[in-house]
Structure formats: C-alpha cells, structure tokens
Design a protein around this ligand. Structure first.
Ligand code: 6PG
Length: 241
C-alpha cells in the first residue's frame, strides 16, 4: 500500500496530525473500546503533544480508554530531561485525565538489556498474546535515516521475532530500548512527523530510493496491513519532486 503523504506549512501541519490522531482514536474506540498509541521521542513531537493537551483535541479524546506506550526510549532515568516519557508527561500526560495505569513507560530502572525484555513482555501481555497491533505508532526521523531507535548498521534492523530490544548506540554512547521493525509494521496506522530544513536531504533520499536496497532504517517501515502517513512541513519536503 502506497504511503499517504501530506505536506503542510508548520501550524496547519500539527493541527492536521492532531486531527488525524483523533480520527484514528475515534475509529479504534468504536471498534474495540480502546485506543493504543506508541509515542515518538526527540524534539519534533513536543509541540504536537502540547496541542493534544488543549481544546479542541483534548476534549475529543476519551483519555480513560487511551493506552500510551513509547516506540523507543533513551536508557535514562524517568525524570531525566532527555527521557522521552518525561517529555511526553510534561507536554501532555500531566495535563489530561489519563489514568496512570494506562501509561506504560519503559522500565529504565531495570538493567539495560532486561528493560527491553521486560517491555517486550509487557506489550505481549497488553495484547493478551494476540497479534500486537497498535492502533497508532508515531515516528520521527533522524538525519541519518533512523526512526525510533533503529539506527543504520545495527542488528535490531534484522530482528524478526522480538517486539522490543535494547540496543547500544555507539555514536551516542547510549543504550536505547526500541520497538523492532516487525512490531512497528504490524500497526494499524503509522505516522511519520518530520519537520525542518535539516531533514530535507534525508527525506529526499528515503523517497527517491533506488532499486530495492534499503539504505535507511525508515525505509524498513511498511505496514503489513495498516496505513502509513508522512506528515512533512514544506522545509522537510523541499527535496521531494
Ligand atoms: C528519539 C526518537 C528518535 C527521533 C529522531 C528525530 O528517541 O530520539 O524517538 O527516533 O524521532 O531522532 O528526533 P528530533 O525530532 O529531535 O529531530
């Protein structure tokens, strides 16, 4: 299925993503009574999370039926300013009536490798051993083509069975806990949110893929049966033909 590509200028971009999230939320609640979402980290989504914490979006979301996970996490204490769940709490989760038990943070108090195993088990348990299909997974894009914590040249890119793994990222000198490609591709909806001129080159390379070689981790993302959306601002999309 071809990805749906939406290109907006900045402010409408975030409103368009928030509107799409509410739309996916509505369909999920109607179908199953719950909405499972995996948030992305880094800087780009902060303003989106702040928008979701305000009317009209905050009032349209049935927070008691929302279940929040993270597609990846830096192996840092939960109160560290670079911890992805810390950012999401500050921007969104501390400001909406979501039950604490609906928030599934990566257990970074475990030893690094164990944190990945524990999060894998937590997700399998959440889906009661059924196929772990998130209603929505949000993703960002690094200028090296990484997404979640799937970095170029790392073994996790070839993982076929685990849902989550802990990886050590040499260039960052940091452990990361990340969803694997199979888990991401099982999602019913996947949204890439990419903004800024510093991402235009990598966006161009990803979309102008030559042949079948997958040069960048973001190119591994193809939903098995779900929908893939790219929300780009004009700066990030400037090299797309
Ligand atoms: C993380 C993210 C990562 C991020 C990209 C883009 O933990 O850093 O999940 O995949 O989405 O690195 O980050 P920026 O939005 O800060 O450019």
């Amino acid at each position: 299925m071809k990805p749906e590509i939406a290109i907006y200028t900045s402010t409408p971009l975030l409103k368009a993503v928030a509107t799409k999230i509410v739309e996916i939320h509505d369909a999920a609640i109607k179908q199953s009574g719950k909405f499972s979402i995996a948030l992305s980290g880094g800087n780009t989504p902060r303003k989106l999370y702040e928008l979701l914490a305000q009317p009209p979006y905050a009032k349209k979301i049935q927070w008691k039926s929302v279940y929040v996970f993270w597609g990846d996490e830096r192996y840092l204490p939960l109160n560290h300013h670079d911890n992805n769940s810390h950012m999401a709490s500050q921007a969104l989760l501390d400001h909406v009536p979501i039950p604490k038990e609906n928030i599934f943070r990566v257990p970074v108090h475990f030893p690094a490798r164990q944190a990945g195993v524990a999060y894998d088990e937590l997700i399998r348990g959440f889906f009661h051993g059924q196929e772990p299909r998130f209603d929505l997974i949000l993703l960002g894009l690094g200028d090296d083509g990484h997404t979640a914590s799937l970095f170029p040249g790392t073994n996790i890119l070839e993982e076929k069975n685990d849902l989550v793994q802990t990886v050590f990222i040499e260039k960052l000198e940091q452990f990361r806990v990340s969803f694997t490609v199979p888990l991401i591709n099982l999602a019913k909806h996947i949204i890439f949110l990419v903004t800024g001129e510093d991402k235009c080159q990598i966006v161009g390379k990803i979309f102008h893929k030559k042949g079948r070689t997958l040069s960048y981790p973001a190119q591994y993302i193809h939903p098995t049966s779900g929908k893939l959306y790219w929300f780009l601002d004009k700066a990030a999309a400037s090299q797309l033909k």
